[in-house]
Design a protein around this ligand. Structure first.
Ligand code: ADP
Ligand code: MG
Length: 253
């Protein structure tokens, strides 16, 4: 379970996150959906123990991120927006490196690497230098690396967007399996179809605040539109329209 309560993050004169609260239950996929600059990556970096919150409480599986970021890193799988890789290592070397940092027993590591590498179809690149691989393949390496320690909670920042359709399907299957195992999963996206297809619940984040939250169906019902896409499009329209929708959503939820 992931619990976020009244979370703030200030960078100098910029307040990127303004009092966000949400909960991700065990076995739940929660989507943070919002346009660029709305505070998704900042929120997820705090959840993963990468940067500290300015204020507010974040518990991942009961562990407080401000007090024990290292433990949070141990129990979460964080897949960043931009793959963070060592260009001069091969994927295989990188997986061994990550496995040793995360203290994954050798046999388990080998079993997971072989299963995930096969699922994503990147066997042929295991011995190439990461720096020479395509962005898509690097993204797959980054995803696999984030899953090697079998984390209890998963935090994915726009991790599905750049994948080819086949890999996106594999990713969806993986997420559904993790869900069945009772892991809590939170991911960000600015793509509605992704949120609609995958999430049990969605929080619409705009300008550092969650302005509406519910199942994709609930959000659709409220606006009487065919698709969540229409809700989202409204949010990215003119400032005036955004303000009135924000007000209406706030009153309704
Ligand atoms: N390290 C930082 N220093 C200053 N401003 C930042 C920093 N990180 C993010 N921001 C700002 O915070 C806001 C939210 O950014 P971000 O969380 O990356 O949004 P999103 O992931 O939704 O696109 C943006 O205005 C961004 O410029
Ligand atoms: Mg982002």
């Amino acid at each position: 379970m992931i619990e976020v309560e009244d979370l703030f993050k200030v960078f100098g004169s910029k307040t990127a996150v303004k009092g966000i609260s949400f909960t991700v239950k065990d076995g739940e996929i929660y989507g943070l959906l919002g346009p660029n600059g709305s505070g998704k990556s900042t929120t997820l970096r705090i959840l993963a123990g990468i940067i500290p919150p300015t204020r507010g409480k974040v518990l991942v599986e009961g562990v407080n991120v401000a007090e024990n970021p290292l433990e949070v890193k141990r129990i979460t799988g964080y897949i960043p927006e931009t793959p963070l890789l060592y260009e001069s290592l091969t994927p295989m070397e990188f997986f061994s490196f990550v496995g040793s940092i995360r203290e994954v027993p050798r046999a388990e590591l080998e079993e997971r690497v072989s299963r995930l590498v096969k699922a994503f179809g990147i066997e042929e690149y295991l011995g190439e230098l990461i720096g020479t691989l395509s962005f898509g393949t690097q993204q797959k390496v980054s995803i696999i690396a984030g899953l090697l320690h079998d984390p209890k909670a998963l935090i994915l920042d726009e991790a599905i967007n750049g994948l080819d359709p086949k890999s996106a399907r594999i990713m969806k299957e993986l997420l559904n399996r993790f869900k069945e195992e009772g892991k809590s999963i939170v991911f960000s996206t600015h793509i509605l179809a992704v949120a609609e297809a995958l999430c049990d619940r969605v929080g619409i984040i705009y300008n550092g605040e969650i302005i509406a939250e519910g199942t994709p169906e609930q959000l659709k019902e409220f606006v009487h539109e065919e698709s969540l896409e229409d809700v989202f499009l409204k949010l990215t329209e003119s400032q005036e329209e955004v303000s009135s929708l924000v007000r209406a959503l706030r009153e309704a939820f």
